[in-house]
Design a protein around this ligand. Sequence first.
Ligand code: HMG
Length: 393
Amino acid sequence: MDIGTTPVGIVDFELATSHFVFDLAHLAAQQGIDVNKYHVGLRQERFSMPALDEDAVTVGAAAASRLLARTGTEQIRTLIFATESSVDQSKSAGTFLHTLLQLPQHIRVFETKQACYAGTAALQLALALVARNPRERVLVIMSDIARYERNTAGEPTQGAGAAALIVGANPNILEISPISGVWTGNVHDFWRPNDRSTPLVNGALSLETYLRSFTACWNDYREQGGAEASDIDYFVHHQPFTKMAVKAHERFVRTHKLENGSEMIEPSLRYTPIIGNSYTASMYVGLASLLHSSNALAGKRVGLFSYGSGATAEFFTAQIVPGYEKFLHAADFQQQLHSRVPLTFEEYVALHDAHERTGLTDYENPQVTCAPFRFAGVREGVRQYEARTNEEA
Ligand code: HMG
């Protein structure tokens, strides 16, 4: 294979979400506000919420195990775990995944962090590794639990989800262009100090920085030789809440005087309204929404905008590979979404409080999740993960 000219991109992918779902109508009713603030103002309806025996590791493992059941682990010599819901300051949570997924010993495992951008950081690293050696494949797992403090503006934008991707040469689904526009600024729009379980947020600054960085990335992308706006068929944005992506896209459409503006973005917006923010996985959940929306997307060019507070952003493009539709498994993910267990307002509050484990050392979690893996608790300071047996699943 000719290094440098071999197409590289996404060979196959899977998504997962958590056990519970909470309807924002309950939150609006308790707050005594019009639910349209959420349904129309944020374009959010529900969010996924983990059981006590789920975390970013178990949700990520659920997505990756379904993926590896199809692809096997051959050729995988790197696992990159992208998260901002990590469970240790030193040890990569990817090492837990290494055991749960029974990956080979001869593999490098590490974690990336830059808020929601960490997923794209992992993908770009994976593409570079594959470009260097097209015989290798990289497993990228993006997984997050978006948990905000109760009674704050961020509360309706919580969520949970994971995406697992096999990145390799001659991809079946998406060929990713090497041209990117990138931007970084040291901004305090959303951050989570080490002693906190929920982020600190300057909402207005976060919206402004997201929009500003999209323009900056686009300009850089064009300077690097990227395609013209009119040559891009679809857009997928990071989706902290659905309306954020719409706001950024509408501004872009006005600036570039594009026709059919909403048709370019709407197919990517079908999952976030019912999952909520999935941080590192969010843009890839949007990408799956687009791919699952039609079997007639072969050859279309997709613009992808990834944003991570703090803040780093990147815009890049990808082309949908002919025959991609044969590799999609939309019904499995949609079934997962329908199988989530709804929470009442009281159950939501109790579960939100119970997830606050600061100060606890050892504990056991109740057995709740129906997913393939569970977080059993902490013993002698060590997190205990278990694969559920076939009889339990
Ligand atoms: P807020 O202050 O509660 O909401 O928080 P608002 O008062 O600005 O209202 C929101 C929208 O609802 C407005 O629309 C209202 O007009 C509308 P807009 O003017 O913006 O178009 N509205 C209504 N619409 C219809 N009927 C009604 C009604 N009432 C109001 N009755 C905020 C909103 C997003 C700030 C909050 O949810 C928040 O702090 N979220 C967390 C931060 C966030 O998501 N920021 C997004 C950019 S940063 C990012 O993407 C990174 C991130 O994913 C983290 C990472 O990188 O890791 C967050």
